[in-house]
Design a protein around this ligand. Structure first.
Ligand code: SAH
Ligand code: DHB
Ligand code: MG
Length: 221
């Protein structure tokens, strides 16, 4: 089956399941217009994130890697009125576009964008000793994936849901000899997901608007 088929099927799914609306489209347009890279999650994946927020009855969600706030819109929509999404982004321009997109989507009150290097912001969140996060979406620099998974456990609780994006990268994860920090980060993430005594995890490959990739889903036990 061809890449064209994968994209056409994603378009069919978006159409049949109503996975597009003016707020989401506006966010994509503003992000592209603002020169941000087109690497946000696909609409079906965004709905999956919303469903995971709802299925886990999450009230506090953490995202590492905001970009233009597209995945944040999906997750924030799954939150109850008193729920909160904290999303971390180190590029001020990305955070600015995300803030506008979330405001236009009517979600600014539910989302807090923290501008900074993720590892620093995560340490700051721990120091603030807020309530644990019920769900964590890891989607930033892949070289730090295993550190982010450790942080998700530390800032979470038993029952916290963890999603790790882009774990396959078109099969590049297979290259055991790779010296690329991003690929090594993905491999280390799979190692920790499979060996950590507190994690029950799987990993699913995906095709569609985005090329062959995948995500890991884990539960903190
Ligand atoms: N979750 C977004 C896409 C995120 S793309 C969506 O699906 O809509 C990855 C983002 O992580 C980029 O905006 C990048 O600037 C940010 N990022 C990369 N490394 C980071 C780091 N160390 N700390 C904080 N943000 C980082
Ligand atoms: C890239 C990053 C992502 O989070 C993604 O989903 C796809 C691509 C990238 O950095 O190229
Ligand atoms: Mg991603």
């Amino acid at each position: 089956m061809s890449e064209r088929t994968f994209k056409a099927v994603d378009a069919l799914i978006v159409d049949k399941l109503n996975l597009s609306d003016p707020a989401l489209e506006g966010a994509l347009e503003a992000s592209a217009g603002g020169g941000l890279p087109k690497i946000e999650v696909s609409p079906p994946y965004g709905r999956l994130l919303e469903l995971l927020v709802r299925i886990s009855s999450a009230r506090r969600v953490l995202e590492i890697g905001t970009l233009g706030g597209y995945s944040a819109i999906w997750m924030a929509r799954g939150l109850p009125a008193d729920g909160r999404l904290v999303t971390i982004e180190h590029v001020p321009r990305h955070a600015e576009v995300a803030g506008d997109n979330l405001k236009r989507a009517g979600l600014a009150g539910r989302v807090e964008i923290r501008v900074g290097i993720a590892l620093d912001v995560l340490a700051a969140l721990e120091a603030e000793a807020g309530e644990p996060f019920d769900m964590v979406f890891i989607d930033a620099d892949k070289s730090n994936n295993s550190a982010y998974i450790e942080w998700a456990i530390r800032l979470g609780r038993q029952g916290t849901v963890i999603v790790v994006d882009n774990i396959v990268l078109g099969g590049a994860v297979l290259d055991a000899k790779s010296v690329d920090a991003g690929i090594k980060g993905r491999q280390e993430a799979l190692d920790i997901l499979g060996s950590h005594p507190r994690l029950l995890a799987t990993a699913i490959q995906t095709v569609g608007f985005k090329d062959h990739d995948g995500f890991a889903l884990a539960l903190v036990t």
